[in-house]
Design a protein around this ligand. Structure first.
Ligand code: SAM
Length: 301
């Protein structure tokens, strides 16, 4: 599947896996009875594109979960979102940053899922970040005309697509820590984990550290599930030491990916992402994925 066909969900988040969805889809192991379990759903881009019939999507961030439960209950619809964004977008274009910060304050008081969407789509870089008191603190993205007609249509189409998926699939959304979610999994489950990248950006809703990484590994190993875990492998300067130390028993699929910080060529950075799996693919053989991007060797340890 080409990247162009990946469905991008309405809520964005740093570390969103849009670019590696095709590689993930190629390497997951599902049957028609599999229950997809995703303890760190974030934007949900992975599960929404794998689109299994049965799934449990979970995250520690209650606002992501409230948002999707709002769509599930019919409280948030594409039509209601359109009117909301038209009205709020107009106020933003008139009052610029003062209005962004007004909505941010309102959200931190009342936690309306549509305010969360508004902030997510007008804040700096589509980030989701909270301080230690769980106050959303991402600054304004400085685009007063953010909610153009075309942009609102794009967002409402994204919501309409989720509405369609919820009609045909049996999906639930739960706010809980990964330990609880992994406990819900059994041998019919496929668990896809995308925790905050250890040793890198860990600011989401709660922090992430070595103890969590070890607990995650122990819980996955202690349960009878097939799993895939996303993490970072290395960049030009550093290697993720936890891959060998914690996840050395897993098969590893890697993909190199370039990103820019600013416009200059010298700021082009290289990051290799890893998918770690506890099952056999392609007959336990060394496996090479070819496409026109910089995909690297897959090794089964
Ligand atoms: C790297 S992001 C997931 C990105 C997602 N795969 C995507 O493509 O959009 C990590 C997510 O883990 C959540 N998270 C952090 N600590 C958690 C915990 N202890 N239990 C469950 N979720 C947690 C964060 O709120 C965040 O949404």
């Amino acid at each position: 599947m080409s990247e162009a066909k990946v469905f991008v969900p309405p809520i964005k988040i740093q570390g969103i896996k849009t670019k590696i969805v095709p590689l993930i889809k190629e390497n997951v192991l599902l049957t028609k009875d599999t229950v997809w379990v995703e303890p760190f759903m974030g934007s949900g881009v992975v599960g929404f594109n794998v689109a299994p019939h049965r799934a449990v999507f979970a995250d520690k961030n209650p606002y992501i979960i409230d948002f999707y439960n709002g769509i599930r209950s019919g409280d948030i619809t594409s039509g209601r979102t359109k009117s909301f964004l038209e009205k709020e977008g107009e106020l933003l274009s008139r009052n610029d940053d003062a209005y962004y910060y007004e909505v941010r304050e309102r959200f931190n008081k009342y936690h309306d899922p549509l305010d969360f969407l508004f902030l997510n789509r007008s804040c700096f870089n589509g980030m989701v970040r909270f301080n230690k008191d769980h106050i959303f603190n991402v600054p304004y993205g400085h685009k007063p005309n953010r909610f153009s007609k075309a942009y609102i249509t794009k967002i409402t189409n994204q919501i309409a697509h989720i509405e369609d998926l919820l009609k045909i699939n049996d999906w639930s959304f739960v706010c809980q820590s990964f330990e609880e979610t992994i406990k819900m999994a059994d041998k019919n489950s496929f668990v896809y984990c995308d925790p905050p990248y250890i040793g890198r950006h860990v600011d989401y809703y709660d922090s992430w550290d070595e103890n969590f990484e070890l607990l995650l590994k122990n819980m996955l190993v202690g349960s009878d599930v097939k799993f895939m875990l996303s993490t970072w492998d290395h960049n030009d300067y550093r290697k993720n030491k936890y891959i060998d130390a914690v996840w050395g028993f897993c098969g590893k699929i890697t993909k190199e990916h370039f990103y820019h910080v600013g416009a200059k060529e010298k700021n082009r950075n290289n990051m290799t992402e890893a998918l770690l799996i506890n099952y056999d693919i392609a007959g336990n053989e060394k496996h090479i994925v070819h496409n026109d991007e910089q995909l690297s060797l897959l090794t089964y340890n």
